[in-house]
Design a protein around this ligand. Structure first.
Ligand SMILES: [Fe+2]
Ligand SMILES: [Fe+2]
Length: 360
């Protein structure tokens, strides 16, 4: 038996010990053979690591289908290339910015300036590609704390618009996203990046990053919401989070937004050893299990808008057919109506069929 980070799990590994959340509710039983979906479920429940058996099970191969439609590639558009270039440049600069904040040399950096750093690359995407399309196409890139921080900042920036926040609140939400994991920089890099088995002490140390982040941002005199977003982004509305086990409105509203953006980014990110999960499976997990963990006012707006960004996209269904998302079901966001040829398939009425892959 060994303790392995969730980010490093691969399908076929077998759970060696029951997995519980902070409320002691069973998330996954012993002997579960992991799949892409169950690994994402662990991420969804903020389970950072699990005990795994030494032996590995055989995983059934997914069928491969012939493509009937070749979509135009976002990745090849000049807009995407410009975004990617700016994104990489800003991620590189982020390392310096974080170090400046930690060493308290950053007291001159204001919220507006930090927000500008995180969102300057959006200026080139006004031509119609949505930031979520771009993030989903960036998935084969590096998955460091800096990339993740930048993604969460961008998601929070868009999320603030969806919540109809003021320009000032939008800046705060973006910076909350940008700095939420800054505490990880106080944990030895060799532990954060460790790919071999994790000891209990190392695991406990990683779980101190919200408190470390709060301390850094308190010392650098950031406003309370930014401090709280670092401290509370692993808290959950039902009290199942950490480090304090806060509930409902004890959690800062910006921390609630960061929590959603954080989990969404972690769940949709491809890992070194496995592919990314289709966003509709992620949305289904939120719909089925997330409504008590996250503030409904925020999570429903978030999911509804994410799903909106996929309307008119070409998808492949679990039965192998391809079609276009033409209409949403407000009460079952993960199950829209698909037009396959001349036939409309309402996934809300077909629980046996699901969206396997977004092809654009
Ligand atoms: Fe975190
Ligand atoms: Fe995070």
């Amino acid at each position: 038996m060994k303790r392995v980070k969730t980010a490093l799990l691969v399908p076929g590994m077998i759970i060696a010990k029951d997995v519980h959340n902070a409320n002691n509710i069973l998330v996954m039983g012993k002997n579960t053979i992991l799949t892409d979906e169950s690994i994402t479920k662990l991420t969804f429940h903020s389970i950072y690591s699990v005990y795994i058996k030494e032996e590995v099970a055989e995983v059934p191969k997914k069928p491969t289908y012939e493509r009937t439609y070749i979509p135009s590639k976002i990745k090849e558009s000049p807009e995407f290339k410009a975004f990617k270039e700016n994104y990489e440049k800003e991620v590189e600069n982020l390392e310096v910015t974080f170090q400046d904040i930690i060493s308290m040399q950053s007291q001159k950096i204001g919220i507006s300036e930090l927000c500008q750093k995180a969102t300057s690359m959006l200026d080139d995407t006004r031509g119609g590609i949505h930031v979520f399309d771009i993030l989903h196409n960036m998935r084969d890139y590096d998955d460091s704390t800096f990339n993740h921080s930048m993604n969460v900042a961008l998601i929070c920036n868009v999320f603030a618009d969806w919540m109809h926040m003021s320009a000032m609140e939008k800046e705060i939400a973006t910076v909350c996203g940008l700095l939420h994991d800054i505490g990880k920089l106080r944990i030895p890099e060799k532990i954060v990046k460790k790919t071999s088995r994790l000891t209990d002490e190392e695991y406990d140390l990683i779980k101190t990053h919200p408190m470390e982040g709060y301390n850094i941002l308190f010392e650098s005199r950031f406003i309370a919401s930014v401090q709280n977003a670092a401290l509370m982004h692993h808290e959950r509305s039902d009290g199942s989070g950490y480090p304090l086990g806060l509930k409902g409105n004890q959690i800062d509203k910006f921390a609630k937004m960061v929590a959603i953006a954080d989990v969404y980014d972690a769940m949709t990110a491809a890992r070194v050893y496995r592919g990314a999960l289709c966003p509709f499976k992620v949305i289904e997990m939120f719909e089925q299990e997330g409504l008590s963990m996250f503030d409904p006012e925020y999570i429903l707006v978030f999911l509804e808008n994410i799903v909106q960004t996929y309307i008119k996209n070409w998808v492949r269904l679990s039965n192998g057919r391809e079609g276009e998302i033409v209409m949403l079901n407000k009460h079952k966001l993960s199950r829209p109506v698909i037009l396959c040829g001349t036939e409309f398939i309402n996934l809300a009425e077909h629980p046996e069929i699901s969206i396997e892959e977004i092809l654009i």
